[in-house]
Design a protein around this ligand. Sequence first.
Ligand SMILES: C[S@@+](CC[C@H](N)C(=O)[O-])C[C@H]1O[C@@H](n2cnc3c(N)ncnc32)[C@H](O)[C@@H]1O
Length: 285
Amino acid sequence: MELKDITDKNRIAWNAVMPYHQRVKKQEWDRNFHQPGYIIQQEPELSKLKELVIAGKSIIHLCCNNGRELLSLKNMEAAYCLGVDISEAAIMDAKGRASNCNIDVEYLRSDVYDLGKEYSEQFDLVYMTIGGLVWLPDIQRLFAIVNRLLKPGGEFFIYDSHPFTNILPWDGDTDTKIEISQPYFHPEAWEWSDGMDYYGGAEYEAPVHYEFTYTLSEIMMALIDNKIEIKFMGEYEKDISCGFEWLQQRNMKLPLSYILIGQKQKDINDGDKTNKPGRSTNSRI
Ligand SMILES: C[S@@+](CC[C@H](N)C(=O)[O-])C[C@H]1O[C@@H](n2cnc3c(N)ncnc32)[C@H](O)[C@@H]1O
């Protein structure tokens, strides 16, 4: 299947789940962001963002969904903020909240893989958060685009579920047996059609969608290959996925999330090899 067929199927699946997510979370987020200066990020992310210094930076948030995290970065006095998401429903939700709460950020409905040259070297920070990476079928091509979006010396920040969690049963409880239920190495796409309402647990027949689990080395090598120097990596016991709270509660000292910070090398700008054949060694399609 072509990359565009996959991302378009995922777009349809995200449009379908957004009303369920809004049912559970919209009021809470609207209320929160009506408070001036409200920040949704928590530790350990917050400290790392403070170290990066958000004030005055131009930021692009890839796979921004409802836009809440970007609103917070604006509340930390970021300069120009652009959130990108493939789902019409997600972007409509994000735009509505920004406008109702009078926070000056922009949202763009676009496939990350379609971001044009007009965005090249426009950003001090490319930001990705929980649950974004897993939807993107070609990690090499993604980080080539990240390189292209960044100004020289600009930074990349990702806070996501730890690849270690790829092998564990999702959404257990106190009786769930801890066993390896999925492979760590899984170069193929995962094809699903079960519901994606991780907030409310609504059961509905979801449009077929595709996810991609990357190993730690695939993530790091895709950054290195695309001239993004790794400046920081941290692993945390905190679950940020809604799926492994049951495991966090058992206090087993497992890596459930990670932060990676990279920096575009200043004098080398040969990042976006999107159109060069044979480049995407970690492409899953
Ligand atoms: C799990 S959500 C992100 C949630 C967000 N971090 C939060 O905590 O609110 C993943 C998002 O990625 C978006 N997405 C998936 N594939 C994409 C693509 N190819 N380009 C842009 N956005 C994409 C989906 O529409 C969805 O909104």
